[in-house]
Design a protein around this ligand. Sequence first.
Ligand code: CA
Length: 505
Amino acid sequence: MNATFKFPIMFILFVVSGALASTEHEEKPPNILFIMSDDHAWQAISAYGSNRNVTPNIDRIADEGLVFDRYFVENSICAPSRAAILTGTFSHLHGIPTNAEEFDGTQPTFPAIAREAGYQTALVGKWHLKTEPVGFDYYERLVGQGPYYRPNMVRNGEKVVHDGYTTEVITDLAVDWLEEERDPEKPFVLMVQHKAPHRNWMPGGAHIDDLVDSDLPEPDTLFDDYAGRGTASTMQEMTIRDHLSKADLKLEMPEWMMRMTEEERATWDAAYRPRNEAFEAMDLEGDDLIRWKYQRYAKDYLRCIASVDDSVGVLLDAIDELGLAEDTVVIYTSDQGWYLGEHGWYDKRWMYEESFRTPMMVRWPGVIEPGRRTELLTQNIDLAPTFLEIVGAQSPDRMQGESLVPILTASSDEEVEDIGWRDALYYRYYESNGPHTVPKHQGVRTRRWKLIDFHEIGEVEMYDLENDPDEMRSIADDPEYASVRNRLESLLVELREEYDVPDDD
Ligand code: CA
């Protein structure tokens, strides 16, 4: 059959199955399986075109669902992003502008509202909001950031310790909950939140020896000298060249990080001792040393992601085997993006694309047209209103995001644009003088343009993302783009008004 005939038939099938799903939707709302990793770069997912790794299980969600190509965070660090996802609000409203504050769990969150609407709610893994989770029938959270091995956790208020590799422990706890604790009479929200691939990138399980015999491609901007921008990029402390510690590079491991059984310890030593001896023998310096550090860091990071990808496969298989897959919306995302050597960096924080843009994909059998992608501008504040629409509950007026359901159910971006969608996003980063010393900034991004106001240091940068996707040359002071700058500055004022952003920090 040729493509001209195939398309209309597939389209009709999709419309019919979509209509059936919406009938079922009224009878029993779907389950939500929300899988989030920590610091997962979109550059390290094959569904986003990675040239450095493959993620077959995450790609399965992409192939069977919808991939968001323009999904962003409101504040690119861990705790603020987690609070934004739970509450559907920007940092100035959810009260976690930096990693230092304590989350007020009494404010409206999507899991708590879903629970009131009759859902069974569960959370396993990283929480990182300082106060105990609220709105869950069951939770088992890591203490703080959590270690890579033998994690100490808090299960519904009680301390527990689990042997094993944390990514696998979290996966097993989630599967146990699905098999043993889930109430088959109720729909569920299950949030599975990995520590990996957060710093300091300790691999485990079957992946500790991945990539040993190959060299990864280097990003084009690994040796960026920041000459095309203002001074903000030169103020940071997140370079591969100068700021990775010996523990980050696995050259010296403090005992408190080595929470391992004797067998795991022996496996670790067998893997890293010869690699470190080979490194010492090479006596590298200058650019060669930077290249070696990049390889060491990026490979460990990708090994951690390989375990996260395995986890996604185990969870997808589990809902298949339990007969839940057809009634479950599956989401894969990260709490923000990440620099995998781009601009010479690791870490996040900036409004530059690598850390601002974040992976997000959704599978919803019978509703989402498989394999579709969207370039509409979406943000982590949109998730709570989306999940509440899926569960059939009302979003509180306080929530500032937009439900993504019109995007999930559409066949094209044009269809959504016809009914109206945002054309600009607001971003703000609040943590000055914190780790990595990135100056405070805010900004606006449209499909083509980005303006970043580094208000703390009185500098503005602007980029043409169409012609300069790596953001190597700021055009903020280029007279040719003065009218674009004026328009973006007006947009920034409008967005701040729309979202009630206070003048001070
Ligand atoms: Ca993070």
